[in-house]
Design a protein around this ligand. Structure first.
Ligand SMILES: [Zn+2]
Length: 432
């Protein structure tokens, strides 16, 4: 971008005025209050699969939106954007007798979305011998019921599917249903008789994003999204007596940034475009929240998405710097860089391309629809020992880094919010 000296002067004056306002309106004490609440033990690690363990966080964020004075999204009465899911978690009953022998828990895996199976005859049997090729994935799409007897030689592959199917699984209305019921049994080489009664523990409940907006003054049809995910991993294996994964950096920090930006823009009252602020649920378990969100609006109207993930610790370049994932996919990053010229803060392209961070957060869901949707982060993901551990706590965070990054997002987003800059679209065909 070329500017005459006079235009450059005006640019820096307006930038300085903005920066002053930003420092006044985005305060460290507020940031501290919000993130300390979200990452407190009281919030139980915000596990989206356990409604009673995330509810407090949902209510807290909704209450922040009320205090700020955001408006609910169109069609909603409040800030909760709820959607139904079904959870499959363990067995109510599992009696498996094959060739007269009781099969213990660690020797079978059920691949099924159904509640109950009851087999005593006419079920096809597949024998996978020690020299046969065993590829469990091929059965995911199989629509017939089967008993698959797997030789001990395949024990490690068997353990892999066991790990996957023994986890709590979430089904949504848009998730691919497994067509058949497949029972894998390890360590047998023939099936002469069987009596199989299984009842999976299934529970229907609602997950909730928390979303609010500030209508645009003159370009209300053009939407800018600010987001972070508020769910985390809940209870984990205890380490030195601590079992709560507080997710202070991941992603209470991004959620806090989103709330602080909502408060800032509400007080500023001059956004020409409509701003949507959203705390996504279920990012950690497959991005169900952002998927539902993306289906409730017209992605063509979303001109940019600022997704914020893990800004709690200084980046590899030190404080006053952050990176943007998928930098080369649109000119979003260049616009932000331009708007920070002359300040101490710099944005960089993602320095960890091998980590695939562009695909590891909620931005990817909107990018698939063509939205210039990027994640802003400062995490040194290649060496962050606290990532996804019970030690990701508020005490480990650098509050100044968080505040500086939020202020930089406020300053660098101003021309997009004002409708004078529009990032180029992401080419959908290049997003997996
Ligand atoms: Zn995260």
């Amino acid at each position: 971008m070329k500017l005459t000296r006079f235009a450059l002067l005006l640019f820096f004056i307006s930038q300085a005025t903005f920066a002053q306002k930003i420092n006044k309106l985005i305060k460290e004490s507020e940031v501290n209050r919000i993130i300390s609440t979200l990452a407190s033990d009281d919030m139980m690690g915000r596990d989206s699969r356990q409604p009673q363990q995330i509810e407090k966080a949902t209510a807290f964020i909704a209450n922040e939106f009320t205090k700020i004075g955001l408006k609910p999204l169109k069609g909603l009465n409040g800030f909760r954007q709820e959607f139904p899911v079904t959870k499959i978690e363990g067995f109510e009953k599992a009696e498996i007798i094959i060739n007269g022998q009781v099969i213990p828990k660690d020797k079978f895996v059920l691949m099924s979305d159904n509640e109950e199976i009851n087999w005593s005859s006419n079920i096809p049997v597949v024998i996978v011998g020690k020299d046969d090729n065993f590829s469990p994935n091929q059965y995911m799409k199989d629509s017939t019921n089967k008993i698959i007897a797997v030789d001990m030689a395949h024990a490690s592959k068997f353990a892999g599917i066991q790990r996957f199917f023994n986890r709590t699984r979430i089904l949504t209305s848009s998730s691919n249903k497994m067509a058949g019921n497949i029972l894998f049994v390890l360590g047998i080489n023939s099936v002469d008789s069987y009596a199989i009664k299984i009842k999976q523990r299934k529970e229907a409940f609602k997950m909730a994003n928390v979303a609010g907006m500030i209508p645009g003054k003159s370009k209300a049809d053009e939407i800018v999204v600010f987001s972070g995910h508020y769910d985390h991993l809940g209870f984990q294996k205890p380490v030195e007596g601590d079992s709560i994964a507080n997710g202070a950096d991941d992603d209470a920090s991004g959620t806090t940034a989103m709330i602080a930006l909502a408060s800032y823009f509400k007080k500023l009252k001059n956004n020409e475009r409509t701003l949507i602020f959203v705390a996504f649920t279920a990012e950690e378990i497959g991005g169900f929240g952002s998927r539902y969100f993306s289906q409730q609006l017209d992605a063509d109207k979303v001109v940019a998405m600022f997704n914020i993930e893990m800004i709690g610790k200084a980046s590899k370049w030190g404080i006053n710097s952050a990176f943007i994932t998928g930098f080369e996919r649109s000119d979003f990053g260049q616009i932000l860089q331009k708007n920070l010229q002359g300040t101490a803060f710099t944005f960089h392209p993602d320095p960890y391309p091998q980590q695939n961070l562009f695909y590891r957060s909620d931005n990817a869901t909107l990018a698939r629809l063509g939205v210039p949707a990027h994640t802003i982060s400062t995490d040194q993901i290649d060496s962050d020992k606290l990532y996804h551990s019970v030690n990701d706590e508020v005490e480990s965070l650098d509050m100044q880094n968080i505040v500086a990054t939020i202020r930089a997002i406020a300053l660098s987003s101003r021309t997009i919010v004002a409708g004078t800059d529009t990032p180029t679209r992401i080419d959908k065909s290049t997003v997996k």
